[in-house]
Structures are given as C-alpha cells and as structure tokens.
Design a protein around this ligand. Structure first.
Ligand code: CMP
Length: 139
C-alpha cells in the first residue's frame, strides 16, 4: 500500500466549537502524520474556487457562505492509503448516515455543517494540497 498525502479541512462549524484539537488528535490516533496545519479563513473567491466542481449544485451558494463564515484549519496528512482511509475516518457526508465513531458522527451538525472535508481521489488531493500549501511547507 503506497504512502499518500491528502488534504483535510476542519470547517467553520467545528473551529467555532473549539473542536480543532480533538479532530487533529483523531487523525493522529488513526495513524496519520500531520505534515502541516494552518488556521486560515477562505475568501468568497477562494471558497468558490475550492468547491468549483459543485458550482451547478443547488447548495453551492450556501456552502460558500458557510465556508467563509469563520476560520478553518487546513491540514496536510500523510499515511499509507491516506485518501481512502481519511474518508472512512470522516464518515458519510450526511452525519445522519455516518458510522458511529467517525468524525462526522461525533461532531457534524448537518449535511452542510459537517465539520470536516477530505480529498476524494489522488488528483484532487494533489490540487487541494497545492491550494493551501506551498511545496516547501510539507516536510
Ligand atoms: P465536503 O466533503 O466538503 O464536499 C462538499 C460539501 O458540500 C460537503 O462536504 C458538504 O459540506 C456540502 N454538501 C454536500 N451535499 C450537500 C447537500 N445536499 N446540502 C447541503 N450541503 C451539501
């Protein structure tokens, strides 16, 4: 199994409830190395660019509004099979469908305010890591 890097975001709903540290600890308990972590806030243009793939979806405007509503943590993670595993550890997009013990089952408020994001496939992970981090920041 190859060692991979993936991008996580701890979203405004979770940061506002001071859950950042607990979620970072959750990643570490699941064997992820935290390569880089920054607290930042997305501009409207950045949120629209990050979620451009969802541009035509009915929830796009509301999603961008939410993602710019407060600070986030952008997190670069590394481990074997990181991309698939992070999505398991996060749980389903809708917390109502998320398996017990997953981050979204534990912390998410609803399908939009779902506490965390993780890249879905290797190409997206590369793009999303570059969106938040310069190469020299990922040691
Ligand atoms: P994320 O994994 O960051 O990818 C896209 C985001 O859009 C998703 O998490 C949710 O925050 C949001 N989202 C996805 N589906 C819906 C939906 N049906 N209604 C509202 N928000 C959604």
């Amino acid at each position: 199994m190859a060692v991979e890097r993936t991008l996580a975001m701890i979203k405004p709903d979770a940061v506002a409830r001071d859950l950042g540290g607990r979620i970072l600890a959750h990643y570490e308990q699941e064997g992820f190395k935290i390569l880089a972590c920054k607290r930042t806030r997305l501009s409207r243009a950045e949120a629209e660019a990050f979620y451009a793939v969802h541009r035509e979806r009915p929830f796009f405007d509301s999603l961008c509004e939410f993602m710019t509503s407060g600070p986030i943590f952008a997190v670069a993670l590394e481990r074997e099979d990181a991309i698939t595993l992070l999505r398991k550890v996060m749980g389903a997009t809708n917390p109502a469908d998320a398996e017990a013990g997953t981050i979204r089952a534990l912390y998410a408020e609803n399908i939009e305010r779902n506490s965390v994001h993780g890249s879905d496939v290797p190409e997206t992970a590369t793009q999303e890591l570059a969106f938040h981090f310069a190469g020299r920041e990922l040691l």
